[in-house]
Design a protein around this ligand. Structure first.
Ligand code: GLC
Length: 447
């Protein structure tokens, strides 16, 4: 089986660049540790922290994060608390819909609430949150603790950098991937047209109800799916020089193809309500031949407790349009609330979850793709996932297409969500959507 076709992730992709060296997330002693006066304590023992916590004040920090259907988050918290017994993590689950989480954070942080200390941030937020002064700049801490940002994928570091400063630490990265049933499919579709053909032909086999499932609800996930269609036909929303270029024949064709898929008989009747979690539930229940989701679904697909398709799932690149295939860049980072009352402990936690130990746990137990390059050479990470073991996956991550990086991203996304949804519901043509997006996004950028 040819897992990752040597596809042409080139030209229109934003190249996320190169990699790294060794990870230096082992932090040197912090200033608090200077208080310790046992002369023969080695740095390693200090790092091991088990006895370190005893004479320290107990602190609870609140960690807000999205829904995790895997054990990854709980396990990483458990490992942290074991290592830092003086810090307790109170985990707060935010909505699965990233847009809803975003709005709740904005409400809390704009009133300078101290309730949340550390939070997970979608890759599309740092520019906005930095400009609004919601987050703590991390440069001084990164430097103090000798963290080498070159050990992370450059694209993930860049997404957390705004105005020359680092506002977040990359925690895991996402790229849209294509799942298919190996008990039904012989050769996965190379193009969107082949997908349409195969989904029509194979739907119904092995108890499936649908040929393809994706995220078509009116929310942020729709934009990631749309970006994949648009880029695969050679279109862009905003170009490298910050020009709005969404009204192009390429984008129109892409949206038409997306509407053809969404309007077909092989998707669920309620596809316009589908988010990631609906996709995951239907897929692991064995209801669909093909699915688009993020890498984490490999974990649930192979989880004996919830999946009916264990052993019958493979992953490959999304189908291609006229210009090749494209994966949208997603992913999450950790940020510290600027008004946190426990910034030192918050930083300790951020360092842990974004460091090698934390990322390894979320990769192995949560199916999340590490942002630290070195972990792709780690035997346990490779063993946990066929995807992470495949060297071409790193290439997918590097060439994944970013959503526009701008502090007004929420406005851009809202415009796109509204305009594209209207095409999917048959209320306007793809050309009308492209024209409207062009005008509205330009206006927003010029404000
Ligand atoms: C995933 C991605 C995130 C994206 C979201 C859309 O969580 O990591 O970047 O915005 O899906 O639903």
């Amino acid at each position: 089986m040819k897992l990752w076709r040597n596809a042409l992730f080139s030209l229109f992709f934003i190249a996320l660049a190169l990699f790294l060296v060794a990870c230096s997330s082992d932090s040197p002693s912090s200033t608090e540790e200077d208080k310790k006066d046992e002369p023969d304590t080695t740095a390693e023992e200090q790092d091991n922290a088990t006895d370190e916590g005893e004479d320290k004040e107990q602190v609870t920090i609140v960690y807000a994060r999205g829904v995790d259907t895997t054990p990854g988050t709980d396990m990483v918290i458990e490992a942290f608390e074991k290592k830092f017994p003086n810090i307790k993590i109170e985990s707060r689950e935010m909505p699965a819909d990233t847009g809803q989480s975003h709005d709740q954070y904005v409400t809390a942080f704009s009133s300078q609430s101290t309730e949340i200390d550390v939070f997970n941030a979608d890759v599309i937020w740092p520019a906005e949150f930095a400009q609004a002064n919601y987050a703590l700049e991390l440069d001084r801490l990164i430097e103090r603790d000798g963290i080498d940002m070159d050990t992370y994928f450059p694209g993930t570091v860049a997404a957390a950098n705004f105005d020359g400063r680092q506002w977040a630490m990359p925690q895991y990265t996402d790229a849209g991937v294509f799942y298919y049933r190996t008990d039904i499919v012989e050769t996965p579709p190379a193009t969107w047209d082949e997908l349409i053909e195969q989904a029509n032909a194979l739907k119904g086999q092995e108890g499936t109800e649908f040929g393809y499932i994706m995220q078509a609800a009116q929310y942020e996930g729709l934009i990631t799916n749309a970006i994949e269609f648009i880029a695969s036909y050679g279109g862009q929303v905003i170009d490298e020089d910050n020009n709005v270029v969404v009204d192009s024949p390429e984008t129109v064709k892409a949206i038409e193809k997306m509407a053809e898929v969404v309007g077909s008989d092989f998707v669920p009747g309620n596809i316009l309500n589908f988010q990631e979690i609906d996709t995951e539930n239907a897929f692991v229940e064995g209801k669909s031949v093909f699915a688009r989701n993020w890498p984490y679904m490999q974990s649930s697909s192979n989880d004996e407790e919830k999946s009916k398709i264990v052993g019958n799932v493979a992953i490959t690149t999304l189908p291609a349009g006229d210009a090749g295939n494209a994966a949208a860049l997603g992913g999450w980072m950790t940020m510290i609330n600027r008004y946190s009352e426990h910034p030192d402990e918050a930083w300790e936690f951020v360092k842990f979850i974004s460091g090698e130990e934390g990322q390894k746990i979320t990769a192995v137990s949560g199916g999340r793709a590490p942002t630290l390059k070195a972990l792709y050479d780690d035997a346990e990470v490779k063993e946990a996932s066929e995807l992470f073991a495949n060297p071409d996956f790193a290439a997918v991550l590097e060439s994944a297409v970013s959503r526009p990086v701008t502090p007004i991203y929420p406005v851009v996304s809202d415009v796109m969500q509204i305009e594209i949804s209207k095409v999917l519901t048959g209320d306007q043509t793809a050309q009308e959507a492209a024209t409207n997006m062009q005008t509205k996004i330009e206006a927003a950028m010029n404000e």
